[in-house]
Design a protein around this ligand. Structure first.
Ligand code: B16
Ligand code: MG
Length: 219
């Protein structure tokens, strides 16, 4: 049996990935930069500062602003994002997640969170999910954003589980790369993801018996 499952948050447990996109899009528009959902795939799992860098590069404005201006843009984006979070409730937990959490707990499998979002504790609290998690990696304590494996390795260490004995679930290409680089088994949620050990189209397809069978087949 795998000893732990580590979840990404935005786009796996709830659809805050869409809120991140809408907030970035609004800020980008103000700067005269157009971003669409295809471009947004590159921002998923990427922290706030690196996301801004990518947007400015995309708009040909890589060197156009001072560090203080960039800080201001990040603050603005976060305020927009937090407005969108205001009504988040347990009803916003994506299909398939609660049954999976219950099955993991029943199987004695530890449960971890690997979100690079500094808003993750609040999102988890709004969803009423804090008690399910044995360990949540602290985004503020990280040196590297995904695709670096740091956050998944931190989560495994916090859970007291070797990466080879753990499964990671992600909706971002950068997240799949991070899981693979950590030595964990990767589960990808999304039609366009490449490189996952096991890929599903949406969270409603997540089921513990299937997950277990795929994991065991790769051991
Ligand atoms: P914040 P995850 C990531 O969370 C998001 O995918 C990414 O779009 C966002 O920029 C990042 O968190 C930082 O979030 O601005 O709230 O600190 O996918 O790792 O759960
Ligand atoms: Mg995500």
């Amino acid at each position: 049996l795998p000893q732990a499952v580590v979840f990404d948050l935005d786009g796996v447990i709830t659809d805050t990935a869409e809120f991140h996109f809408l907030a970035w899009q609004q800020l980008a528009e103000k700067l005269g930069i157009c971003i669409d959902r295809a471009f947004n795939e590159q921002l998923k799992g990427v922290n706030r500062a690196d996301s801004l860098t990518r947007i400015l590069q995309h708009g040909g404005q890589a060197d156009a602003y001072t560090p203080a201006q960039r800080q201001q843009f990040m603050t603005e984006k976060n305020e927009l994002y937090r407005q969108l979070l205001a009504n988040l409730s347990p009803a916003d937990i994506l299909t398939g997640i609660l049954p999976l959490l219950a099955d993991l707990r029943a199987a004695g499998c530890r449960i971890g969170l690997a979100s690079v979002s500094e808003n993750a504790p609040q999102v988890l609290a709004s969803l009423g999910l804090c008690n399910w998690f044995d360990f949540c990696a602290d985004a503020r304590a990280l040196t590297h954003s995904k695709p670096h494996p740091e956050i998944f390795l931190t989560a495994c260490r916090g859970l007291g589980v070797a990466p080879a004995q753990a499964i990671g679930i992600e909706d971002a290409q950068a997240g799949i790369a991070a899981i693979n680089a950590s030595g964990m088994y990767s589960v990808g949620i999304g039609a366009t993801l490449a490189g996952a050990d096991y890929r599903l189209n949406h969270t409603g397809e997540l089921a513990w018996p299937d997950l277990l069978a795929h994991w065991q087949a790769k051991q």
